[in-house]
Design a protein around this ligand. Structure first.
Ligand SMILES: Cc1ncc(COP(=O)(O)O)c(C=O)c1O
Length: 469
């Protein structure tokens, strides 16, 4: 598919100036700045629907929704208008002992979408802060309810939960943590639900449900090893992103819920990626039929038109804060910002009006079927995911599932794939926090023509990658 011509937004001189300023002043996140000593910094200037455009006028299919964010797609004027209107009326006021209508309305709305008695909404500026908030609430709750030693957190291997020191401590990617150690103590890892790399006997038997029971039971083992009276919470994503999309085996979350109940450990569903339609529901917990004690969310809540996150807690967790002089001594200046909450309300209007969750549920099988066509390539080991959320694991040997060593992975992902995919007009992510994967999470408005474009572009680049190994 050829890129559609679009007006070049910057003349050569302005473009060169932007490149120079970016190199000299802009510290990009999780970026090897040295990679832009010679190469141009990719500068994105505009978005429209499922496409983004760079400063040279080139068009790319945004197959990652920015960063698992742009659920309703780019260029929605009504979200820009909602932001402008709110800025004019009340640009800022904090939620520190005061409220404003947009936050109140959104809190009620989010509580109504959330499963069960998750009725209490604490706004943050983003996902990491929501994770911090959940851990702090868990500790504070148990201190107030006579179990003051309950403070530890269990999370899964390779899972990503954010970069602030608490959230990073919960994160299960050692390479991201090493240079910041020592982090917040008291977090422990259990196995994730990567069935493609399940240990024996599950790799032999292929018994997904038995694997799920075993993986859930590892949480109980960890709780018992640490002592249930010291463990406050378990943080799990409905579908784990890092490592390349690990859906839960059937029954996994039900068993985790039982384990948490048995030991009075709070179940936190980290839905920073999985909420707001990514899996065809407002929350991933709904898709898998489990009841968390808290949900953390962000990203798709505003579709990225403004920054916002939230921690949603059950009535039980707020109860000790409802009387006397007790308060949750925690907050963020920009948590629940008027403009962000106005945008979130307008974003959820679009969800409802356009039936985006239904659209995902109706099209998810087509997305899967289209991506699974790639299984005929020798480099594709596994295509996995659910809803509009997929990971494609690349392997050196399909039969043995042999993965790449560090040097090969470096050459493949950083040396070739990321740039080649972008040059082919596909924005997505080649990731090696676990085994090498390509991550896909397109806007929820996408349909078959976008799935085909993703498949065709991936196919071309992966075929070329194979010849370079
Ligand atoms: C599951 C999960 N939790 C937390 C975070 C942190 O969110 P943020 O980058 O908004 O702080 C992320 C970010 O991608 C995430 O995927």
């Amino acid at each position: 598919m050829t890129a559609e011509p679009t007006p070049v937004p910057f003349d050569d001189e302005t473009y060169a100036g932007l490149q120079k300023s970016a190199r000299e002043h802009l510290w990009m996140h999780f970026t090897r700045m040295s990679s832009y000593e010679q190469a141009d910094v990719p500068i994105i200037v505009r978005g429209e629907g499922a496409y983004i455009y760079d400063a040279k006028g080139r068009r790319y299919l945004d197959a990652l929704a920015g960063l698992f964010v742009s659920q309703v797609g780019h260029g929605r004027q009504e979200l820009a208008d909602a932001a402008a209107k709110q800025s004019g009326e009340l640009a800022f006021f904090p939620l520190w002992s005061y409220a404003h209508p947009q936050a109140i309305t959104l809190a009620e709305r989010v509580a109504n979408y959330a499963p069960g008695d998750l009725n209490r909404v604490f706004f943050t500026s983003g996902g990491g802060e929501a994770v911090e908030t959940a851990w702090k609430l868990a500790k504070n709750y148990f201190k107030l309810t006579g179990k003051p030693m309950k403070h530890k957190v269990i999370s899964r291997a390779v899972a990503y939960h954010g970069t602030t020191q608490g959230a990073l401590s919960i994160t299960g990617v050692p390479a991201l943590k090493a240079v910041f150690e020592p982090l917040v103590p008291s977090t422990f890892r259990v196995p994730n639900t990567n069935f493609y790399r399940a240990p024996e006997p599950f790799s032999e038997s292929g018994d997904l449900e038995a694997f799920g029971r075993w993986a859930a039971d590892q949480i109980e083992v960890a709780i018992q090893n640490e002592g249930a009276d010291t463990v406050a919470a378990v943080f799990l994503e409905p579908v784990q992103n890092a490592g390349g999309c690990f859906p839960p085996p059937p029954g996994y979350f039900q068993r985790v819920r039982e384990i948490c109940d048995r030991h009075d450990v709070l179940l936190v569903s980290d839905e920073v990626i999985c909420a707001f339609g990514r899996l065809g529901h407002m929350f991933g917990a709904e898709r898998y039929g489990y009841q968390p004690d808290m949900i953390t969310c962000a990203k798709g809540l505003t579709s990225g038109y403004a920054p916002l996150g939230a921690m949603i807690a059950s009535d039980r967790l707020m109860e000790p804060f409802l009387s006397g002089s007790t308060s949750f001594a925690h907050g963020y200046t920009f948590g629940g910002h008027p403009v962000s909450t106005a945008v979130a309300n307008a974003n959820l209007d679009i969800f409802e009006r356009e039936g985006l969750n239904r659209h995902v549920l109706e099209n998810q099988d087509a997305f899967r079927a289209t991506l699974e066509k790639l299984n005929d390539l020798p480099i594709v080991g596994d295509v996995r995911g659910e809803g509009y959320f997929y990971g494609i694991e690349m392997v050196k040997d399909k039969a043995t599932k042999e993965t790449f060593d560090d040097a090969e992975s470096e050459k493949l992902l950083r040396g070739f794939l990321s740039k080649a995919l972008f040059d082919a007009g596909l924005y997505c992510r080649a990731d090696d926090r676990g085994d090498p994967v390509i991550q896909l999470s397109p806007p929820l408005t996408c349909g078959q023509e976008h799935f085909d474009e993703i498949e065709q572009k991936l196919r071309g680049v992966l075929e070329e990658a194979w010849t370079k190994l």
